[in-house]
Design a binder for this molecule. Structure first.
Ligand code: ATP
Length: 259
């Protein structure tokens, strides 16, 4: 059994004269929570965009080994194909369908797993009733997991900020990913919402998912992560356990020493 879920080797990305990623190597193993940290502009979101097909990296390889035993090279694939291959993500800014219900938002994620995504048509598309039933049941299970089971019929726009962020995670989980990427999941959350998020991420990990997250909240990062990668100016400057990272002088100088 392959213990590695994601293996990224030599990933580079140029935007004209700017080199946003420089020969980055990163690995996520089965059942791990791994964090990617670094100062603003270090290249963290560019990294997520390169591994999820939003950008086509200039160089490097992104290999995903799924829980089902398949191996795929993801670089060069479109985002919907990356999702189908087994990797899902959330974004820094909330991207929900605000005028749809909580359940519909998750069902869309589930539909994306198996069908081409055509906005607007998807929920009206008559499909096999057994398949539709499976989609509804799995969506309810996921909403239970993220603590939104009581909100199924509510519109996304009526949820609190923290609940909207949890709904985004639910929608990503609905695609049955082997690896879940979270881009600043705690951004804008109050301390209680952040605490609930920590518990949620641990519950998701305990369900067998592996998680790679970008986050600026160092308390959250140090509490949750098995391992941490630190970036600065597009390069990896350190990697290690939370204890190793917190005492690494290079990291303290580049990032953790900031006020
Ligand atoms: P933050 O923590 O503020 O979100 P980050 O670590 O995610 O920052 P990126 O957003 O990946 O950093 O940006 C890395 C560098 O790449 C920056 O210099 C940014 O200006 C540049 N960059 C990112 N996307 C593009 C783009 N589409 N075109 C040109 N430059 C870009």
């Amino acid at each position: 059994m392959n213990d590695t879920i994601l293996k990224v080797s030599g990933l580079s990305m140029h935007f004209g004269g700017i080199q946003a990623l420089k020969q980055l190597d990163l690995e996520v193993k089965r059942g791990e929570i791994v964090a990617l940290i670094g100062p603003n502009g270090a290249g963290k979101t560019t990294f997520f965009n390169c591994v999820t097909g939003i950008y086509n990296p200039t160089e490097g390889d992104v290999i995903l080994h799924t829980l089902q035993g398949t191996t795929s090279r993801l670089n060069g694939l479109k985002p919907n194909k990356v999702t189908e291959k087994g990797m899902a993500r959330t974004f820094q800014n909330i991207r929900l369908f605000q005028n749809m219900t909580v359940l519909e938002n998750v069902m869309i994620g589930r539909h994306c797993r198996t069908h081409s995504f055509i906005l607007g048509a998807i929920l009206r598309t008559p499909s096999n009733r057994k398949e539709e039933q499976e989609i509804v049941e799995r969506s309810y299970e996921i909403l239970e997991l993220v603590g939104l089971a009581d909100e199924v019929d509510n519109f996304a726009r009526n949820l609190s900020y923290g609940a909207q962020r949890r709904l985004e995670i639910a929608r990503a989980l609905a695609t049955d990913p082997s690896l879940l990427l979270l881009d600043e999941p705690a951004a804008g959350m109050n301390p209680q919402e952040t605490q609930e998020l920590v518990q949620l991420i641990l519950r998701i990990r305990d369900q067998g998912y592996s998680i790679l997250l970008i986050e600026h909240d160092m308390k959250l990062v140090m509490t949750l992560s098995n391992r941490i990668y630190v970036m600065d100016y597009g390069k990896k400057i350190a990697q290690g356990t939370p204890e190793e990272i917190q005492s690494n002088p290079v990291v303290i100088k580049a990032y953790l020493g900031e006020d």
